[in-house]
Write a new protein. Structure first.
Length: 157
């Protein structure tokens, strides 16, 4: 196994924490002369359905609108945070469950390192759902570098 990372993935939800993760990913891509991939996943959970069954209709915006919004946000994000990187990073917007799409993308694109921030959740929500980062760490086909914000409180179980 090589410690060189030539294909680095940095998933983003456009939050401040994902911007911090991007700084690490940019530095690593530069250090290893690697290619940087930046992925945003539009969570399919935003497509709420008014009823169950064959006549159910989505209550939220159509998936195409959500993807279009994600692509627009990614363009703005790239203009602000990815300008001047050589080679230019690959930016992608997908629809689905975030952890599943991140893992699939990493597998399909032979990503060697995923760089992402942790987002602390506490109590019952974390116990029932876990976090996207946690699921990626468990299922990723490659190394995953995670970090937490300096001011995030650590709560012992």
């Amino acid at each position: 196994m090589s410690a060189e990372f030539k294909r680095i993935l940095c998933p983003t939800d456009f939050s401040e924490m994902s911007i911090e993760a991007l700084k690490y990913a940019r530095d690593l891509a530069k250090t290893f002369n690697g290619e940087l991939h930046c992925l945003h996943v539009v969570d399919e959970a935003y497509q709420y359905w008014s009823s169950m069954g064959p006549e159910s209709i989505p209550v939220g915006p159509p998936a195409e609108d959500l993807i279009g919004l994600g692509e627009s946000r990614m363009r703005n994000f790239a203009d602000e945070h990815l300008a001047g990187i050589d080679p230019p990073p690959k930016t992608v917007v997908l629809l689905g469950r975030p952890f599943a799409e991140i893992v699939s993308y990493a597998r399909e694109n032979e990503i060697q390192l995923i760089v992402m921030a942790t987002h602390g959740r506490g109590g019952i929500v974390h116990a029932l759902l876990g976090s996207t980062t946690e699921k990626v760490v468990r299922k990723a086909p490659c190394a995953v570098l995670t970090f937490r914000p300096e001011d995030q409180e650590i709560v012992m179980p």
